[in-house]
Design a protein around this ligand. Structure first.
Ligand code: NAD
Length: 528
């Protein structure tokens, strides 16, 4: 990857050309504010409109490109990403502050998604269906939707866009993508690798800019102008609801992948060492800035005290710092100032709720730092790992996504109360249980309100061929990844082919079989 490409002024990518805007914004390394990663144009309404019109023009050619050829191009994109995995991961880590290990995983998810969808181009099956009449054939086809608007969050700058872009392209749609303003340089590099893979000009267009009152909102407005056939969004629940309403009034089905407040249950028979490790990773990895981060840790009463003691001891050992300088940190800085302020506000709620602050002291500074902090904390916004105890359902800190390094400990008595407490939030994205009891694991699996569940593993993590998504406030039931995502970028087209040479009417001309004379089973004589 050309490193010059990742610094300085960038452009929108519209119709395969670089397009500039009058206004711009900067992307800076959240670990070191003096490190300018890239400068990006702020798209105007007219530029977003242009991008949609370009995507519309490219649609006819892309839609009719044979699906196996579209799949082959997806494979080539995967190979280009694979070749650039290391510099792309390093760029991501620098631009949004996740550790290099996690950034590599983020990029690997895109590679895996390409591998999966490359061969889906050779399937993309429809069905042949028997007709109720003679000399007539019925069949179904998947058809693309048209022009898809994609808006993504910055905490998974490669994996999350790939979950949308790759299946949407494979199925024959063209795209206008508005990446997160938190990781535009990573998005730009990813888009260039898509281009390298062989996409014709105009099939994938990228416009940069902010959300409300800017490029993101302009793109959503394109639904009302009938320039988009679908919008696919990953981000906060509040914005998702707003987008869902606009999509609804245009009778389109949006993909909405939203926030979470994910529970993990630790039962009395759990392997506690394993559960401590899982909880630590789930709560504090990426500084809690994952949709699948652990929010409420639900402890079965007999092990609550001992688990809490071991967990707090483990929290005190967490290493934090600039992932660009230290390989062994568990987490780095807040991705942006907005996330830091939103997270910090929960300290007031927790106190007002009457919960007990067992660990954590807000922002890490030179004067206020945990022993595991490395480097200069004033160069970015870093949060203390924070643990609340004596938390109950209904408390604001129990209900609200903090999107930072905070976890609540809630004590319950037995599996039924554990599941009831886990379900008493408005979200339903991910969930986990630690237990050796197969019936408890089964009871959890049957009753938990979540799109994804882990048994004896963390709340986080995804594989490219499993459905990803939530219920309740976490989304509208659409799914990313695997075969399930295909339904969200295609519609089913049913075709009937009349071969008889005459008008045959279903139901009316159907030769239904007639019942014959009734056969009655003779009752047996009573043996007594
Ligand atoms: P956000 O909703 O503020 O922003 C997400 C994207 O939407 C950005 O590109 C932003 O520019 C754009 N945007 C913001 N306001 C908009 C508007 N009014 N109209 C159109 N676009 C707009 O989200 P965020 O706070 O940056 O991201 C964190 C949230 O995303 C968390 O709630 C997290 O749980 C969620 N998330 C969910 C998933 C998932 O798959 N379910 C994955 C990652 C993040």
């Amino acid at each position: 990857m050309d490193s010059a490409m990742t610094t300085g002024m960038h452009h929108h990518l519209i119709a395969g050309k670089d397009v500039a805007s009058p206004a711009s914004f900067e992307s800076r390394n959240p670990s070191r504010q003096d490190d300018l990663v890239g400068v990006f144009p702020e798209a105007t309404l007219d530029q977003v409109r242009l991008a949609c019109d370009v995507a519309r023009s490219a649609y006819a050619g892309w839609r009719t490109t044979p699906a196996p050829i579209r799949g082959q191009i997806i494979g080539q994109i995967g190979r280009a990403i694979e070749r650039e995995q290391e510099p792309l991961s390093r760029l991501m880590s620098r631009e949004m502050g996740k550790t290099l290990k996690e950034a590599r995983g983020d990029v690997q998810e895109a590679i895996d998604t390409c591998h999966f969808f490359q061969s889906e181009g050779r399937r993309l099956y429809g069905q042949t269906v028997p007709s109720e009449m003679r000399n007539k054939e019925l069949m179904t086809y998947r058809r693309p939707l048209g022009v898809v608007g994609v808006i993504t969050a910055g905490n998974f700058p490669v994996a999350v866009p790939s979950w949308k872009l790759i299946p949407a392209l494979l199925t024959g749609n063209t795209i206008v993508w508005k990446p997160s303003e938190d990781a535009p340089t990573t998005a730009y590099a990813l888009a260039r690798l898509f281009e390298e893979g062989g996409l014709p000009d105009g099939v994938l267009n990228v416009v940069f800019g902010g959300g409300a009152g800017a490029a993101g909102e302009f793109l959503v407005e394109m639904l009302d102008e009938h320039r988009l056939d679908k919008i696919a969004f990953t981000g906060s629940t509040a914005v998702g609801r707003h987008i869902g309403a606009i999509a609804g009034r245009n009778l389109t089905h949006p993909t909405l992948e939203l926030g979470g407040k994910n529970p993990m249950i630790v039962m009395r028979d759990a392997d506690l060492d394993n559960a401590v490790v899982g909880a630590l990773w789930a709560a504090f990895g990426t500084a809690g800035q994952r949709c699948t981060s652990l929010g409420n840790l639900i402890l079965d009463e007999p092990i609550a005290a001992v688990f809490q003691e071991r967990f707090l001891a483990a929290v005190a050992t967490i290493k934090i710092g600039d992932p660009g300088r230290f390989d062994d940190v568990l987490y780095g800085p807040f991705i942006n100032e907005r996330f830091y302020h939103a997270w910090h506000a929960h300290y007031d709620w927790g106190r007002a709720d009457g919960a007990t602050l067992a660990y954590g002291r807000g922002r890490i500074t030179a004067e206020n730092r945990p022993t595991g902090y490395r480097g200069d904390p004033n160069s970015g916004l870093y949060g203390w790992p924070t643990v609340w105890t004596n938390v109950r359902p209904g408390m604001r800190i129990f209900q609200t996504e903090t999107f930072g390094p905070t976890v609540n400990l809630v004590t319950v008595d037995g599996i039924d109360e554990a599941i009831a407490v886990a379900n008493s939030v408005d979200y339903g994205l991910s969930s986990a249980i630690y237990t050796q009891n197969r019936l408890w694991a089964f009871t959890f699996k049957e009753n938990i309100q979540a799109g994804m569940s882990s048994i004896n593993n963390s709340t986080t993590g995804a594989e490219a061929h499993m459905p990803f998504g939530g219920i309740k406030g976490s989304g509208n039931g659409t799914r990313e990844s695997g075969i399930w995502v295909l339904d969200h970028y295609t519609y089913w087209h049913g075709v009937n082919d009349e071969l008889s040479g005459k008008l045959q009417l279903a139901q009316m001309d159907t030769e239904y079989g007639q019942m014959r004379a009734p056969y009655r089973v003779a009752p047996l004589a009573d043996p007594r």
